[in-house]
Design a protein. Structure first.
Length: 415
């Protein structure tokens, strides 16, 4: 990849987009939605190549699930794209404004970031999500997916670019896909060192990918986190509710970052709750239990230090008994990735303490962590879940790809 040439093309495209209004951008995105629907057969065919190769390479079924595209998932992609179209264009939004004593009119308004890069793994739906949010917010985007999803991503980008080229005012050069070669990550190094050429980079994937980007980037990074999420079953919990929530948060889709990886149980309810949980899981989840928990379970293996803070991304879960809510909070804050945490409790005091003290982007009371998602939050698509504290935190929607500038109007004032 020639990063200078690629970034120059993207910069030019971002400047064109910055001058477009919401109607222009929505018309282009609507054309993309129609094109994705029309070309779903070719997209699924390309995806089948990736899925078959992934199985040959011995990837787990939970990882393949992240890679898979079918008609239902393409319907979801198109639905998310239409949600983005329906959102208010953030560009030009006036955040605040005032007039100074000397007569200057100062306004703070939203503007695009410019050129955005996203480095991501497996999930080809991210290709459309990232593009749509970038385009609607006036940004050009460089996509660097994984080799395992390259055929899928390549076909999706082809469809997007052709759709944009067919619309008056469309900007097909606002999206570029890096050609990926297995075991070659030199292009990632180019992106991470593209100072002055790329305005921000977003990593989206596993712990190894995210750490590589954060530790080696010389350009600004919005860090998305791996998902070591916890469910705490309090001494005042509704245990039937806790079982239902645990089942959903662990089993519905274990390969995603908002699935729980550890269940903490208060000692007062452990003897009653853990057999209920085991029955609810019905042998579908391998349980790694600590010394206090394992005596209440018929089928579990002893937990090791590696299990605490581990992201399984599979049908496995760590179980730990705690003596107090304070111990649960302390454990979570020292083992989580600042993603999503949940408490099941009927005690208002305990739930408010949990929400106040747990350090995470999303903290739930009596609900599954699986709701940490741009679509579920009403953002349509998402760029990922930010686990950092500056610029953005939690599910990242359209406004995350904007910054602000001050516009000052005067009539000859001097200082």
């Amino acid at each position: 990849m020639d990063i200078k040439k690629t970034s120059s093309s993207l910069r030019s495209a971002s400047q064109k987009l910055a001058l477009q209004n919401a109607c222009d951008k929505n018309a282009a995105l609507s054309a993309v939605a129609l094109a994705l629907d029309k070309n779903r057969a070719s997209i699924i065919a390309a995806n089948e190549i990736d899925v078959n190769q992934a199985r040959k390479n011995g990837l787990s079924e939970s990882i393949i699930d992240r890679l898979l595209l079918d008609n239902k998932r393409i319907d979801g992609i198109i639905s998310s794209l239409r949600d983005v179209i329906a959102q208010t264009d953030p560009v030009g939004e006036e955040i605040t404004g005032w007039k100074t004593p000397n007569g200057l009119n100062i306004r703070q308004v939203r503007v695009p970031l410019g050129v955005v890069a996203i480095i991501y793994e497996n999930r080809p739906n991210v290709t459309v999500d990232a593009f749509s949010l970038a385009y609607k917010s006036g940004n050009a985007i460089l996509l660097r997916g994984s080799s395992s999803s390259y055929n899928s991503n390549k076909e999706i980008v082809r469809v997007i670019r052709e759709a944009l080229a067919g619309v008056e005012g469309g900007v097909p050069d606002a999206i570029e896909l890096v050609e990926v070669h297995e075991h070659d990550h030199s292009d990632v190094d180019q992106i991470l060192n593209a100072v002055g050429m790329i305005d921000v980079c977003l990593p989206r994937g596993g712990k190894k990918l995210i750490q590589n980007v954060v530790q080696n980037a010389r350009i600004p990074v919005i860090e998305t986190g791996s998902g070591v999420c916890h469910l705490y079953v309090d001494s005042e919990a509704n245990l039937e509710m806790a079982c239902r929530v645990a089942e959903n948060a662990k089993i519905q889709r274990p390969s995603v970052c908002n699935a729980i990886e550890c269940i903490l149980v208060h000692s007062k309810v452990a003897a009653q709750f853990l057999p209920m949980l085991e029955k609810q899981f019905a042998g579908r989840v391998k349980l790694h239990a600590d010394e206090k928990a394992i005596k209440h379970l018929k089928e579990a293996v002893p937990a090791t230090e590696e299990d605490y803070g581990n992201e399984y991304l599979d049908y496995e879960c760590c179980i730990k008994v705690v003596e107090s809510i304070e111990e649960a909070i302390s454990y979570i804050n020292s083992h989580n990735t600042k993603h999503s945490e949940s408490i099941i409790s009927e005690s208002r005091a305990n739930t408010r303490l949990f929400q106040a003290m747990v350090d995470a982007s999303c903290v739930y009371v009596n609900a599954s962590t699986r709701f940490t998602d741009g679509g579920e939050f009403g953002f349509g698509a998402e760029l990922g879940i930010s686990t950092q504290k500056l610029h953005a935190r939690g599910p990242m929607g359209i406004k995350v790809l904007t910054t602000t500038k001050y516009l000052i109007d005067g009539d000859g004032q001097i200082r």
